[in-house]
Design a binder for this molecule. Structure first.
Ligand code: G3I
Ligand code: 9MR
Ligand code: ZN
Length: 581
């Protein structure tokens, strides 16, 4: 087996593929139909216990001419085809974004935007508050995954991946992706995220608390969204949902200000209300499904990181309001100051508790903090990339330290076997997100160092070169994570629908099973290998001796290994967009 990123490589990037056997390898130019003179260096990299085989790394970094290629061995094995091209990730990036459009709830998707995936409007009836007769209409939002539930934390985190990507490298989001709002002069990534934000805003109560989710009581069959007409329930308020909501609304209040100040102000107002609720409700309200209900729980035994993220964002957006030259805002300045002091205090407390709960010495694998359960890397980003540095230098240094520590650890994990920052125990449900989150954290750490250079916090030549070197190391390691998801793995599989010779074809997605279109919606990221063996289909073909990378099956019944979800997409989008700017 020769496994390679089946989408391809940037011309001047390091280019690695993996073989499970030693030997001589060649690059074949598919247009010319002949072998290149540029050789492939096979480097023995040892036995990889996540893959269950010996690894030989194939380095063909010398191939930089744009083209379509594949790798073959003397023994006659061939890899999938791949491209070398300056904008090799552009189509993928746009597809990863467009996938969100296909998840829009409460919208009819016409042919001109959806092509063969055209479908009717869904979930138009009122949803009922659990345990009450009261009901209300909830508009918009994205269907979470293979199911059509709408979960606040999942949606907030997905939107945050995208909004931070837009804030940190907006130049990646210039193209339109053919959604109804395209051509309105607003970047499509913001148009798409707004569809979710407007749903989220309807999940907030008058007292600021935010409901956890709206779903049916039990998962439906494999039907189209418009056929899921069973009753939908609005589940209780949780601190996790409220904190994630507060944070993402703060980001929104910044990024939409330029395009729609009224909407931005509404976001800020709702963020303040959520902040108020959090301050008044210091306890974690971990969510559990009521008896008989089986839809997603998104439970989290700690809300320290969510609070940390919310408070870190709240102190930013708090002050930015004060910069506006508005008399009523000026008059509220004293109140704002005290609000800022309060959130800074809460941020410090939450941070101290988070650090206490995460002693670095434990031998669990490192949390990335860039997913729905642990959001500490989002909190770090909020603090580090605040141009006003409202959290102060000390906290900023500590947060940078945490990101860098994690990034360095992820780099170290790539030393042997697959160039991949994953240990055996990391192959949990949605392991592909662990992979892409780790890419995201390395990129964030690199961006933090870049900021130091730009802000001239380091002036010594030597220091600057050292920082630049670190940034390069992080970027190279982040690309390796992307290569894994796009094909360089023990399954020899591209985990993104529509991208690669061996791309996933049968994701666990109700639409895909029900829609009569032979191929799946493109640009969807499968959850990937999962050692928990948490569904009957994977239990049938893997056991506790199966190497983690191989606990996977491209079968629509295997929801624990082959489902798709919004935050798996958004996490990969963050990393991929970084490399297509
Ligand atoms: O956090 C613990 C970690 O400390 C521990 O070491 C590890 C070992 O098992 O488990 C970790 O928890 C896992 C958690 O995901 C976070 O990674 C759980 O075992 C695992 O069961 C859990 O899986 C979640 C799954 O729902 C089942 O609850 C996935 O992350 C989550 O993405 C998925 O979400 C579902 C929704 O509920 C419903 N909609 C579809 C969606 C995607 O499958
Ligand atoms: O489709 C559901 C998927 O979105 C969830 O991630 C998964 C685990 O909660 O459950 C899936 O639904 C299954 C249900 O839990 C059990 N019966 C079969 C359902 C799949 O068709
Ligand atoms: Zn819907």
């Amino acid at each position: 087996m020769i496994s390679v990123n089946e989408t391809g490589f940037l011309p001047y990037a390091v280019k690695l593929a993996v073989s499970d056997k030693d030997g001589s390898f060649y690059i074949v130019d598919d247009n010319e139909g002949k072998r290149l003179d540029t050789g492939v260096v096979a480097i023995p990299a040892g036995y990889d216990e996540t893959a269950g085989h010996d690894v030989y790394r194939l380095d063909f970094s010398g191939v930089s001419d744009p083209g379509i290629y594949h790798i073959e061995s003397e023994e006659g094995e061939s890899s999938a085809a791949f491209k070398v091209e300056p904008h090799v990730y552009k189509t993928l990036k746009n597809s990863l974004l467009k996938a969100f459009y296909f998840r829009r709830c409460g919208a009819h998707l016409p042919r001109r935007h959806a092509g063969p995936f055209e479908r009717g409007i869904c979930h138009t009836e009122k949803s009922r508050f659990l345990g009450s007769e009261e009901a209300c209409l909830l508009h918009k939002g994205w269907h979470d995954a293979g199911d059509y539930g709408r979960y606040v934390s999942a949606g907030a985190v997905a939107a945050a991946h995208m909004l931070y990507a837009y804030e940190l490298f907006p130049e990646a989001f210039r193209e339109e992706v053919n959604i109804p709002e395209s051509e309105n002069e607003i970047p499509d990534i913001l148009n798409e995220c707004r569809y979710e934000l407007e749903f989220l805003s309807e999940m907030q109560d008058e007292d600021g608390g935010v409901h956890h989710k709206v779903t049916p009581f039990v998962f439906s069959e494999f039907i189209m969204p418009e056929d899921e007409t069973c009753e939908q329930f609005i589940f209780p308020v949780t601190s996790m949902a409220t904190a994630d909501f507060a944070a993402v609304m703060c980001i929104a209040s910044r990024v939409y200000a330029e395009y729609d100040p009224a909407f931005a102000r509404d976001c800020m107002h709702q963020a303040y209300m959520a902040g108020q609720w959090l301050a008044e409700h210091p306890e974690n309200t971990d969510f559990h499904n009521p008896e008989g209900c089986n839809t997603g729980e998104y439970k989290d035994s700690s809300d320290k990181d969510e609070r940390m993220w919310a408070y870190a964002e709240l102190i930013r957006c708090d002050h930015e309001a004060g910069n506006k030259n508005d008399r009523s805002i000026m008059a509220a300045s004293a109140r704002r100051e005290s609000r800022h002091d309060r959130y800074l205090k809460l941020l410090r407390e939450a941070f101290a508790e988070y650090v206490k709960d995460h002693p670095h010495s434990d031998n669990r694998s490192v949390d990335d903090g860039f997913g729905w359960q642990d959001v500490s890397a989002f909190a770090a980003a909020a603090v580090i990339f605040d141009p006003m540095n409202y959290a102060g230098e000390e906290l900023r240094e500590q947060m940078t330290g945490i990101l860098k520590e994690r990034a360095d650890e992820f780099v170290n994990m790539q030393e042997e076997g697959y160039p991949l920052s994953m240990m055996k125990q990391d192959f949990v449900w949605g392991s592909n997100m662990v992979v892409s989150n780790r890419a995201g954290v390395m990129l964030l750490a690199g961006l933090a160092l870049r900021q130091k250079i730009d802000q001239k916090l380091e002036s010594l030549e030597e220091q600057i070169s050292a920082l630049k070197l670190d940034i390069e190391v992080y970027e190279e390691a982040a690309l390796n994570q992307i290569h894994y998801i796009l094909g360089m793995n023990a399954m020899d599989r591209s985990y993104v629908t529509g991208f690669g010779d061996h791309a996933v074809k049968n994701p666990h997605n109700r639409v895909t099973v029900a829609d009569r279109v032979a191929r799946p919606i493109p640009g969807e990221v499968s959850g990937g290998p999962c050692i928990l063996l948490a569904d009957a289909t994977i239990k049938n073909c893997a056991d506790e001796n199966t190497p983690p990378q191989k606990c996977y099956i491209d079968d629509h019944m295997s929801y624990s290994t082959n489902e798709v979800s919004i935050y798996w997409n958004s996490s990969l989008l963050f990393a991929v967009a970084y490399f297509d700017r």
